[in-house]
Design a protein around this ligand. Structure first.
Ligand SMILES: C[S@@+](CC[C@H](N)C(=O)[O-])C[C@H]1O[C@@H](n2cnc3c(N)ncnc32)[C@H](O)[C@@H]1O
Length: 554
């Protein structure tokens, strides 16, 4: 709370679309089974389809939470487009205060398709910047500056004292006598013309969604991925080294990547496992380079652009926290059947809204892809208001619930309503929660001491990795054959090793992140031997982003 210096969010835009991606096992030979494609299927990255005003409610609740996290001298940048920008600006003014409004930045990304005979083609998106009064634009940072325009460049000259200036064409008002005498009405002095000037609020010289292959860094382009240059300018403009940058809709992790490169600390969140996986991969690659360059004392290559001042990374590791199960691969109807069986719910065929009864309660099962929200509860209450003679209480079954939903239920029940609400939160419920079992992935890893060129070394060898989630996902896709994975490396995305693990922060000493999709990790590693008694942690991340950490003491 109150510690984040900069928030950038690029939330769903209410675009009315589903975004999907494909996941494949590593390696080419192992990726096929009797002509069956060993694809893990299309994973829905995220859904951006909303009913009524749910979208704005969703954003409003998040703005309130984000304000809690933002430091008193912090900034928030909200990326949106013409669909909801006017509403979002109102919400931002409501939560952060109209006085905190700084800029409406127009990012010209590219010309998107569209009905050219009906309207002008769309070519920009909007970023709102709200900030506390204390925040200064880091106007001297080269990432927020642009070269002078042609007119200015052409009129740039030095006065008798050697100071650089350019001529302005005219003033909008008549110059005072002093201004006219000093020529201040037509001249602007510049410290160093080579440093250009501060960018305006229209950003047109940045790559669009279709980025170049080097920007893709061997990763599939994430739907709606933003560009490195865009984020470099934002993070440079409103934070300094060591500050915490947060993106709670991080997608492919461009914010985390740029923050890492600019020596900021960062926090990223996403509801979609694919996003976490893409981000983790991106960051592992960057940290690997940073470790190598730090070790070689070649700090200048720590950031991409050699023109900029080298920045030391604020940290050389990160960890992934899984806080819910909303990515559970389950259809709603399937979930209803499972829950009905598990809780002994009486299904009623003629009933259109509730999922059945349990004892004297009506039961409503909330889809497993999201936590219970006040909107879900509102819709149940509104249904009950259409049934004035209904006196039964309601049991709401959900995977998890938002804090606001908890408060909603408490408030509702406090008013002594005819229909009270009772919630079963399966994710945490000791009695009924057993329905959700996550079978974790596991690995057989051997860690031993050996010798290399006469010197003691540490040998880490991965013998086997089994990922029940991947096997299950493959079984869903290959209806005729039971999935067989002949090579454990096919399910492994990358391997990271920390030879002095303190049990809390994983510091990467070695990372094996195969570059191309068809490449496999090595599986056997020789490292300089750490002192006896050290704890060696081996982190293996599978192709669905699940982490296995095996710790051994030597
Ligand atoms: C427009 S994309 C962000 C793209 C990102 N800026 C990039 O450059 O890759 C929006 C992201 O928000 C995530 N998202 C949607 N609803 C969410 C929620 N309730 N909590 C966290 N993340 C969510 C989606 O999974 C998606 O990755």
């Amino acid at each position: 709370r109150g510690k984040v210096k900069l928030i950038y969010i690029d939330p769903p835009f209410d675009s009315g679309a589903d975004y999907v991606r494909k996941v494949n096992l590593r390696g080419t030979a192992s990726a096929k089974l009797d002509g069956e494609d060993y694809s893990l299927g299309e994973q829905v990255q995220y859904t951006d389809i909303w009913a009524n005003d749910n979208y704005l409610q969703f954003m409003y609740e998040r703005f309130i939470l984000l304000k809690e996290l933002l430091s008193k001298d912090g900034s928030i940048f909200v990326h949106c487009d013409n669909r909801k920008m006017h509403h979002l600006r109102c919400l931002l003014e409501e939560v952060f205060g109209a006085d905190s409004f700084r800029n409406e930045i127009v990012w010209i990304h590219q010309i998107m398709g569209g009905a050219h005979d009906k309207r002008f083609p769309k070519a920009h998106e909007t970023i709102f910047w709200f900030a506390a009064d204390e925040i200064k634009l880091q106007s001297q940072d080269s990432n927020v500056r642009v070269p002078f325009g042609e007119y200015v460049k052409n009129t740039m000259q030095q006065d008798d004292d050697g100071r650089w200036y350019y001529e302005r064409r005219r003033m909008s008002r008549k110059a005072t006598t002093e201004e006219a005498a000093s020529k201040a009405h037509t001249r602007t002095y510049v410290d160093d013309p080579s440093k250009g000037t501060v960018a305006t609020d229209v950003w047109g010289n940045m790559l669009s969604y279709q980025e170049t292959s080097d920007e893709r860094e061997g990763l599939d382009l994430y739907p709606t991925q933003k560009t490195t240059r865009l984020l470099t300018r934002i993070i440079s403009a409103a934070s300094t080294t060591g500050d915490i940058v947060l993106d709670c809709f991080m997608g492919s992790g461009v914010v985390a990547k740029v923050a890492q490169q600019l020596g900021r600390r960062w926090i990223g969140c996403d509801i979609n496992k694919g996003a976490i996986q893409t981000t983790a991969k991106r960051l592992q690659t960057i940290i690997k380079e940073q470790i190598a360059t730090t070790a070689n004392d070649r700090q200048t290559s720590l950031i991409e652009d050699d023109e900029h001042t080298p920045v030391k990374p604020a940290q050389l590791s990160f960890s992934v926290w899984r806080v819910n199960d909303y990515d559970l691969h389950i259809q709603h109807n399937e979930a209803v059947e499972l829950v009905a069986e598990h809780l002994g719910i009486q299904r009623i065929k003629s009933e259109g809204f509730f999922d059945g009864t349990r004892g004297k309660y009506w039961v409503k099962i909330i889809p497993f892809n999201h936590p219970l929200t006040p909107l879900d509860l509102d819709s149940i209450r509104s249904e009950l208001s259409n049934r004035p003679s209904e006196e039964r209480d309601v049991q709401v079954v959900t995977l998890g619930m938002e804090l606001a939903a908890k408060a909603w239920v408490e408030q509702h029940n406090r008013n002594r309503p005819i229909n009270r609400f009772h919630v079963i939160e399966l994710r945490t419920d000791k009695k009924y929660g057993g329905i959700i079992k996550h079978e974790p992935a596991f690995a057989d890893v051997s860690v031993s001491r050996g010798t290399r060129h006469g010197e003691a070394c540490l040998i880490v060898e991965i013998v086997d990795v089994v990922s029940p989630s991947i096997v299950q996902r493959l079984n869903l896709d290959t209806s005729l054959f039971r999935a067989q994975i002949p090579e454990w490396r096919a399910v492994v995305d990358c391997v990271l090793i920390d030879t002095a693990y303190d049990g809390e922060v994983f510091n990467i000493c070695l990372s094996d992140v195969p570059e191309r999709k068809q490449d496999l990790c090595q599986g056997r590693y020789e490292l300089p031997a750490p002192p006896l008694g050290s704890r060696v942690a081996v982190k293996i991340i599978d192709m669905l982003g699940e982490e296995i950490v095996v710790v051994s003491q030597i």
